[in-house]
Design a protein around this ligand. Sequence first.
Ligand code: AMP
Length: 294
Amino acid sequence: MEVIHTVEWMKQVARQARDQCRLVGFVPTMGALHAGHLSLVEAARRETSPVVVSIFVNPRQFGPAEDYAKYPRDLDHDRGLLERAGVDVLFAPPPEEMYPAGFCTSVSVEGLGDRLEGRVRPGHFRGVTTVVLKLLEIVGPRFAYFGRKDAQQARIIRQMARDLALDAEISVCPIVREPDGLAMSSRNRYLSPEERRAAAVLYRSLDRARQTIATGERDTVRVVESIRSVLATEPLAVPDYVEIVDADSLETVIRLRGTCLILLAVRIGKTRLIDNLLVEVSDVPGAAAARCVL
Ligand code: AMP
């Protein structure tokens, strides 16, 4: 695996691969890698070669009171994982490579980024789209892989790719979970053993929503109630939001129809966790009941 720290060298290596008609695959990450990240690498390896993974803790997507300084960083460990996973290139630029002095451009997707996570974390998605666009420009992949764990982020990046006619096709991969259902996340490392046990309530609450929907319930107020009733059983869990939205517009819906996302953000102690459930409801009379994907 080649490890690259500069933008120019990364561009050159990717350009060479494209010149040889190879299909570059790209997985952007912030490191502290886990099986969720590696599932994106596996998807990339099945469809593309060479596979480029970036590790860059992007200062511009953290708010002033957020965890940028203490975000977990372990490049040596990550490097070993990626090498064993068969990654071809690790791109790990220092902040000054990505944001040289005088950097003053940003890109933002209007509307979709103002709600949900964007409301609680102002400027977050502007930071994400700016860095992702720059990374896509540097790596020039044919396919770029993102996790549905960050469903709003994936939706916004797809919109950016469509609006700006980017060459990269955006692929969104399933959520990888721990045995008790907790969605894998680099931030899970912050949890104390007691908080870690409590954090499984996010999954249990979404699983309850799935059961509620399976009984035929389509009223989103009732589904949200069923989620909140489970979250309320865990004293360490403080919900930020529980929302049911149309998967395309990210607007709140009052009835489940078409493809919806049930999104939640919950604080467990000082750690903020997000998770979601994808719900597909068929309009066709007699078709199978709603399909829920955790
Ligand atoms: P991050 O390092 O947190 O910025 O995540 C990098 C990519 O990995 C993003 O596209 C995430 O959505 C994805 N990802 C993070 N956790 C998971 C997970 N548990 N399952 C699938 N994808 C994930």
